[in-house]
Design a binder for this molecule. Structure first.
Ligand code: PXP
Length: 256
């Protein structure tokens, strides 16, 4: 832990926060040319070698980036934590059960979206989420997380689903248009994290976190066990290489 004044770990967040890297965009680039490279499995190996604590991928119903072959490859090579992001679609839940990752993160999914937009409506879909969570847990997935907006009523509803963790959606924080708005969104995330922690839920966070906004996030939001970061790291990797891009995000997250 750094000393007061220099540290951005002021509210209980520690260098023990794990950094999981999302490698979907490696597959997006490969698929844009219907090629066999770049390979997301190779990218995952490089991310872990550069210090990432684990790997995230999203198997979408339309298979726009990651495909089943990638899923099998990732399961075989990832040594740290493997996070399988998925919708409630029964087919994908079945593939996740067969894969048995360390963590399954349930997210909303719409075909025409560019990326995941907003968190799950847990209040509206409690029963469907509870059945998917049960199916995953029965298949041996030890940790199921729900991707949710930093909304206290949504967090209250998570307990009824049997999920173990929440991934707080940091998109509004990341997209805030002024420094004041960004501080306000960080406080909203902090209140949600305190609430989720009191409910006994493990807290993850992600979407739009990057090299610039991470320090404010870490300084404001407590209890974060894990962050999931993809686009910012992959965009930097195009310029400086995967190793350097991952290492500098590791330094941010671990406060090095
Ligand atoms: N968490 C979830 C649930 C996501 O859907 C995504 C985007 O795929 C991320 C985290 C990572 O977001 P980004 O690519 O903006 O870092």
């Amino acid at each position: 832990m750094r000393t007061a004044g220099k540290s951005f770990f002021t509210l209980g967040q520690t260098p023990l926060t794990r950094l999981l890297i999302n490698i979907d965009h490696v597959a997006t680039l490969r698929n844009a040319r219907r090629e066999s490279f770049p390979d997301p499995v190779d990218a995952a190996r490089r991310c872990e070698a550069a210090g990432a604590d684990g790997i995230v991928f999203h198997l979408r119903e339309d298979r726009r980036h990651i495909n089943e072959r990638d899923v099998r490859g990732l399961k075989a090579v990832v040594r740290g934590k493997l996070d399988f992001e998925l919708s409630l679609a029964p087919e994908i839940v079945g593939i996740c059960c067969d894969t048995c990752p360390d963590l399954a993160t349930l997210v909303p999914e719409r075909r025409d979206e560019v990326t995941t937009e907003g968190g799950l409506d847990v209040l509206q879909h409690t029963d469907a989420i509870r059945s998917a969570t049960l199916r995953l847990s029965d298949a041996g997935v030890n940790e199921v997380a729900l991707f949710v907006d930093p909304d206290l009523a949504q967090l209250d509803a998570v307990r009824a689903t049997g999920a173990h963790a929440v991934e707080l959606h940091t998109g509004d924080f990341a997209n805030a248009s002024t420094p004041e708005a960004q501080r306000w969104e960080a406080q909203r995330l902090a209140r949600a994290a305190v609430h989720a922690h009191a409910l006994g839920l493990t807290i993850h966070a992600g979407h739009g976190l990057d090299y610039q906004n991470y320090p404010l996030f870490a300084a404001t939001v407590p209890h974060v066990a894990e962050v999931s970061i993809g686009f910012a790291v992959m965009a930097r990797a195009m310029m400086v290489g995967m190793d350097a891009a991952v290492r500098s995000m590791v330094q941010r997250v671990k406060g090095l």
